[in-house]
Design a protein around this ligand. Structure first.
Ligand SMILES: Cc1cc2nc3c(=O)[nH]c(=O)nc-3n(C[C@H](O)[C@H](O)[C@H](O)COP(=O)(O)OP(=O)(O)OC[C@H]3O[C@@H](n4cnc5c(N)ncnc54)[C@H](O)[C@@H]3O)c2cc1C
Length: 325
């Protein structure tokens, strides 16, 4: 039996859940395992209905008022009880902010290893081998599983195509009794949505994005100048936002905005899967990166393998000259 822990918000499944379903459906087929989607919440009915349209064998719900908001303490306590009772072969969790928060705690509580950030798997004989990306997605590491199941794994957002989820299930819905002892150590005080400011990139036809390759905040002027010269909007990879060079709403990727412009410049961006998932459907991708092996070149339509500090000012000048001509 394969478990996937459904991630949801405001009574709707989050996209990562469909990706986990694809992962589970593929492994399930290869290892002849049934699939159970696990839903934790206060009132799971809307999420259960959504899951019923997918090809899963069972939907297991755990409902309690203390599960109305995500909380790692309650999640770990309830999941430990479910997993100990049900003894699944594999437990799949999203490598999301939420998943990264509770999966290691669950792994420690169950004393079972966790393979984090999986992007693929293989079947070697009867054994499951999980692939994760390391060194900023420059290398893949294959991890064999030993010992007794359950095995815990988180799946990187974007690694399994959500649109390939098989539909048409006849899932049985079962309820797991929840007995939570004591108050959780954390309490959600407020939820603040990210303001959709001037960097709403979702409808921008041209986006010029910069990454860590720009080295420091001041150098981001190069990106703004190029964007200005071609009438584009500015985007960024996550490290740029984490380093507070730009506000969060500029971030493109799995935990930022998903964009699909006509033209996307990736400047000093390596092309980690979490970035690609937010921009790879762009009509034309131009990558500028001094490392010819950078993964961004795999999705780029045009690539310039050179120093961005040389290339970008020249491009800006060309576009400015063209405007004036
Ligand atoms: C749960 C989760 C969610 C995430 N969500 C996102 C997300 O939404 N968006 C996102 O972007 N990332 C996200 N990440 C982070 C992601 O895994 C990568 O770490 C990130 O995308 C790397 O950003 P980068 O390409 O700017 O930096 P790096 O990977 O450090 O790449 C910098 C690149 O610049 C190149 N470079 C350096 N100097 C020069 C130069 N002078 N000229 C030309 N090229 C140069 C280098 O060759 C390198 O390829 C997420 C990660 C996790 C775990």
């Amino acid at each position: 039996m394969i478990f996937l822990i459904a991630e949801h918000k405001d009574n709707k499944l989050k996209p990562i859940t469909s990706e986990l379903l694809v992962f589970a459906q593929r492994v399930g087929r290869d290892f002849s395992q049934s699939i159970t989607a696990v839903v934790l919440g206060a009132n799971a009915s809307a999420v259960v209905e959504e899951l019923k349209s997918k090809k899963v064998d069972r939907i297991l719900t755990a409902e309690h008022e203390q599960l109305a908001e995500y909380n790692p303490d309650t999640y770990v306590e309830v999941l430990q009880s479910i997993i100990s009772q049900e003894k699944p072969f594999l437990v799949l969790i999203g490598h999301t902010t939420q998943g990264m928060d509770f999966a290691p705690r669950l792994s420690a509580r169950l004393r079972k290893p966790l393979i984090a950030g999986c992007v693929e798997y293989d079947k070697l004989g009867d054994n499951l081998v999980l692939t994760r990306q390391i060194f900023n997605a420059k290398m893949n590491m294959k991890t064999g599983l030993r010992g007794d199941p359950p095995y815990l794994a988180t799946a990187s957002p974007g690694a399994f195509p959500a649109d390939e989820v098989e539909a048409g299930g006849t899932a049985e819905v079962v309820q797991h009794p929840v007995d939570l002892t004591g108050a959780p150590r954390r309490k959600v005080v407020d939820r603040v949505e990210v303001p959709k400011g001037k960097a709403d990139l979702s409808s921008a036809p041209i986006i010029v994005s910069g990454g860590r390759g720009l080295k420091e905040k001041e150098n981001f002027n190069l990106v703004f100048e190029l964007a200005d010269a071609i009438g584009g909007s500015v985007g960024a990879s996550r490290p740029v936002v984490d380093a507070e060079w730009l506000p969060r709403e500029y971030q493109v990727g799995s935990s930022g905005q998903t964009v699909s412009p006509k033209l996307y410049f990736a400047i000093g961006i390596s092309g980690a899967i979490q970035h690609l998932v937010g921009m790879q459907t762009s009509r034309c991708i131009v990558a500028i990166n001094k490392d010819p092996e950078a993964p961004i070149f795999k999705v780029a339509h045009y690539g310039i393998a050179d120093d961005l500090f040389k290339v970008v000012p020249v491009l800006t000048k060309i576009f400015k000259d063209l405007k004036q001509a």
